[in-house]
Design a protein around this ligand. Structure first.
Ligand SMILES: [Zn+2]
Length: 64
């Protein structure tokens, strides 16, 4: 199942936020492009039903 995930950097000093698209396994362990810390998925939506915004705070997309 493909998911749309909101990913936040696990580094408390880094405010990078990403949107990722893929399976749950693919969305785990992604390094932050800013600082290299692991990203944490904080919200998921099924991609084929992602008609509602999943979070108000999404920075420009950088997800691979
Ligand atoms: Zn970071």
């Amino acid at each position: 199942m493909l998911l749309l995930a909101l990913l936040e950097c696990s580094n408390p000093r880094c405010e990078a936020t990403y949107e990722g698209y893929g399976t749950a396994a693919e969305l785990r362990g992604i390094p932050c492009e800013e600082c290299g810390h692991e990203l944490e998925a904080v919200a998921y939506a099924e991609a084929d039903r992602a008609c509602e915004p999943i979070a108000p705070r999404v920075q420009p997309r950088r997800a691979a």
